[in-house]
Design a protein around this ligand. Structure first.
Ligand code: FES
Ligand SMILES: [Fe+2]
Length: 361
């Protein structure tokens, strides 16, 4: 079943493209290929970098006579400029046409560009309602890299909405019911400060490696959500003494599908607190790489479990909650800021945004 439940729910659905910063690509991807073409927030875009490494994210249609600019139609990069395949107009990384083969470039020949921001090689672009400029920023500094292993990445695409996928960060009941975590405990309240939402919880998880039980992980997770396209979970596993970071980046594709990109990074574990089955005699770097891949694979198993639910669910604007649900409505109230037009118009889907605090923990 690949139908789009959020849209089927009609007026009760949040708009498909909330305002915020949404993942575009990794710098590494741009180094491998000259131009990336994709559909992002319902817009066909091209992404490239100039000779100084400046990244441009632009709408993929030429302002001259409308050619598609992606490699599929023959778009290419020449001296750091995007060259249109139809009449050879050249665009710099600001989106301005700076050269044509036959005449002076028209001043008004300019691509629609999206502002970008980079964290640890992850490139995000701002999606503003009515094309308005960024209303808030992602973290300005990348996290410490010293002592951390190489990030590993995986993307999966399915019918869904970034509000629904991010909601799982505050939905503690599903951690036990869907993922089989034990002893899930909220740590402190969910806090909201403008576009920043924080939550933290502890849990334990029985794990197996290549079918061999490796014991129980004792995990504390601190979650930072910055809009509906960026969430970072800082994980501390107590039994081994392992720290990990997991970014979950939900990006709407076309109003129906989303790309969910997981990026996992593990701190080098030089002296594990306990023996890790099959890894005891490995050098630190290899152990870190394996642990990281293991962490990502565990997370992907979790996403696949969630995906079964996400891709078939219908948004309930007035969920009938019970006392063990955590702070779903605090989260829903937080989300309303990312649909500023709809907020003004008081759409039915945000008609019940008063936060309620439920007993947790
Ligand atoms: S359509 Fe792009 S140069 Fe003419
Ligand atoms: Fe989940």
């Amino acid at each position: 079943m690949a139908t789009r439940q959020l849209q089927d729910a009609g007026a009760a659905s949040p708009p498909p493209f909330p305002e915020g910063w949404f993942f575009i690509a990794r710098r590494q991807d741009l180094e491998k290929t000259e131009i990336i073409q994709k559909t992002w927030m319902g817009v066909d875009i091209v992404i490239w970098r100039d000779d100084d490494g400046i990244v441009c994210v632009a709408e993929a249609y030429c302002p001259h006579l409308g050619s598609y600019l992606g490699p599929d139609a023959g778009g290419q990069i020449c001296a750091g400029r995007l060259v249109c395949p139809f009449h050879g107009f050249e665009f710099d990384a600001t989106g301005q046409c700076v050269k044509t083969p036959f005449a002076a470039p028209p001043r008004a020949a300019r691509l629609r560009v999206f502002e970008t921001h980079e964290i640890s090689g992850m490139i995000f672009a701002w999606w503003g309602i009515d094309a308005r400029p960024p209303q808030w920023q992602l973290p300005q500094e990348s996290p410490e890299e010293d002592g951390w292993g190489r990030p590993v990445v995986q993307t999966t695409r399915f019918p869904g909405h970034p509000q629904e996928t991010t909601e799982n960060a505050v939905d503690l009941a599903h951690l036990t019911y869907v993922h089989g975590f034990d002893r899930v405990q909220q740590v402190g309240p969910v806090t909201v400060e403008g576009p920043l939402l924080r939550t933290a919880f502890d849990f334990t998880q029985r794990v197996a490696l290549a079918g061999v039980p490796v014991g129980e992980f004792d995990v504390s997770a601190e979650v930072i959500v910055l809009g509906l396209g960026y969430s970072l979970v800082e994980v501390h596993e107590r039994s081994i003494g392992m720290d990990a970071r997991l970014w979950t980046l939900a990006t709407p594709v076309d109003g129906t599908l989303i790309d969910l990109t997981l990026i996992s990074q593990t701190r080098k574990v030089r002296h594990p607190k306990r023996r890790i089955v099959g890894m005891a005699f490995l050098p630190t770097s290899l152990r870190t790489e394996l642990l990281n891949r293991f962490a990502l694979s565990q997370e992907m198993i979790g996403v696949r479990q969630d995906e079964v639910i996400w891709s078939r669910k219908r948004y309930r604007p007035r969920p009938r909650l019970c006392r063990s649900d955590g702070e779903i409505m605090t989260y829903r109230a937080y989300c309303a800021q990312f649909y500023p037009q709809a907020e003004d118009a008081r759409q039915p889907w945000d008609s019940e945004i008063t936060p309620i605090r439920l007993a947790t923990g």
